[in-house]
Design a protein around this ligand. Structure first.
Ligand code: G1P
Length: 294
C-alpha cells in the first residue's frame, strides 16, 4: 500500500547570527556571504536545497543582512553590462541561479533568542506543511546532497528527519546528540535526543549536523518560548517534545562536514571545494605542495 505524503517544498535558512568569530571580516558583511571559492556560503547551502527539489527559500535574517536579499535578487546594471560586453556564459549562469519571482522570502528575527526562535519566526511563511531546515554554517560535502537523501527517507517513512554523523566523544557538548535504534542503518528511528550533553550524558556520539525535515506542529511547541541550553530557545528541545507524538528518524550523512562558523572549518571548506573543481585543482595542488614544503 502506498502512502501519499505532503511534499517538502520549502526550506528555512536561519541567517541572523552575528558572526563574531570572524570579526573584523563580518563587521559589514554577513558571515553567510563569506565565500567558499567563488560562491557565498549561503549559496552553497541553497544549491543543496535546490538539488533536493526545494522550491521556496525562506531566509530568517536580522539587521545588517540586507546584502543576502540583494544576492538572491536580479542585479539589473550588472546583467545589462554583462550582456553589452558579450559575457554570455557569466550572464547565463547568474540568470539560471536567480530564484523565480516569489520563490525567496525574507523575514527578520528581531532579537537573538536562539535557533528555535529563529525557526519560529518563519512559521507564517511555512504554513501547514513539512519543511526543511538547513543551518548555513554547516557545509555538507558529498557526491549526493545530504538533503536529497533525507527527502528520500521522508518519502519512505514520513515523520521528521534529522541528519547525523559521528563526532569524537569529547565533542558531544558542542552539538545536539541523538540515540538511534539501529546504528548500522542508513535511516533509523531515533530513541533519544539531547542538546549539547556532557560525554557522560550523551546517548551516542551521533551529532545533529544541521539538516532537518520537520512537521509544522513544531511551531506550536516553539511558540511556548521555553528556554534550554545556554538560556536559548532550542530546536532540539522542541523536537524532543514533538517526538512524544510523532516519529523521528536519523539519516546518516556519510560525506564530510565543514563548519564554516569556525575558522579552520571555513579554510578547509575553501580548499576541499577548490580541489573538487577541474579548473582549480591542478594548480592548487602544486601550490599547496610548495607551501607545505617551505
Ligand atoms: C545548533 C543545534 C545543534 C546542532 C548544531 C549543528 O547548535 O542546536 O543541535 O548540532 O547547530 O551545527 P549551534 O551550532 O547553533 O550552537
Amino acid at each position: 500500500m502506498s502512502t501519499t505524503r505532503k511534499r517538502v517544498r520549502k526550506a528555512v535558512f536561519p541567517v541572523a547570527g552575528l558572526g563574531t568569530r570572524f570579526l573584523p571580516a563580518t563587521k559589514a558583511v554577513p558571515k553567510e556571504m563569506l565565500t567558499v571559492v567563488d560562491r557565498p556560503v549561503i549559496q552553497h547551502v541553497v544549491d543543496e536545497a535546490k538539488a533536493a527539489g526545494i522550491e521556496h527559500f525562506i531566509f530568517v535574517t536580522g539587521r545588517n543582512k540586507g546584502v543576502i536579499e540583494d544576492h538572491f535578487d536580479s542585479q539589473f546594471e550588472l546583467e545589462r553590462t554583462l550582456a553589452e560586453r558579450g559575457k554570455t556564459k557569466e550572464l547565463e549562469q547568474l540568470m539560471a541561479e536567480l530564484p523565480r519571482p516569489g520563490q525567496a522570502s525574507f523575514t527578520r528575527q528581531q532579537a537573538p533568542h536562539g535557533l528555535g526562535h529563529a525557526v519560529w519566526c518563519a512559521r507564517e511563511i511555512v504554513g501547514e506543511e513539512p519543511f526543511a531546515l538547513l543551518l548555513p554554517d554547516m557545509l555538507h560535502f558529498a557526491p549526493k546532497p545530504c538533503l536529497a537523501d533525507m527527502i528520500e527517507a521522508y518519502q519512505a517513512h514520513g515523520g521528521n528527519h534529522i541528519a547525523v554523523s559521528p563526532v569524537p566523544e569529547d565533542q558531544t557538548h558542542l552539538y545536539g546528540i541523538v540515540g538511534v535504534e539501529d546504528r548500522t542503518a542508513k535511516v533509523s528511528r531515533i530513541s533519544g535526543m539531547i542538546e549539547k550533553p556532557k560525554p557522560a550524558e550523551a546517548p551516542s556520539n551521533l551529532h545533529i549536523t544541521g539538516r532537518y525535515i520537520l512537521q509544522p506542529e513544531i511551531f506550536a511547541i516553539l511558540e511556548r518560548g521555553e528556554r534550554g541550553a545556554g538560556g536559548e530557545i532550542q530546536v532540539t528541545d522542541a523536537m524532543i517534545a514533538l517526538a512524544r507524538s510523532q516519529p523521528f528518524f536519523a539519516v546518516r550523512f556519510d560525506g564530510t562536514i565543514y563548519d564554516c562558523g569556525a575558522k579552520i572549518g571555513f579554510l578547509m571548506a575553501n580548499i576541499a571545494y577548490a580541489l573538487a573543481r577541474d579548473d582549480l585543482a591542478p594548480t592548487l595542488r602544486t601550490e599547496l605542495a610548495k607551501l607545505l614544503q617551505a
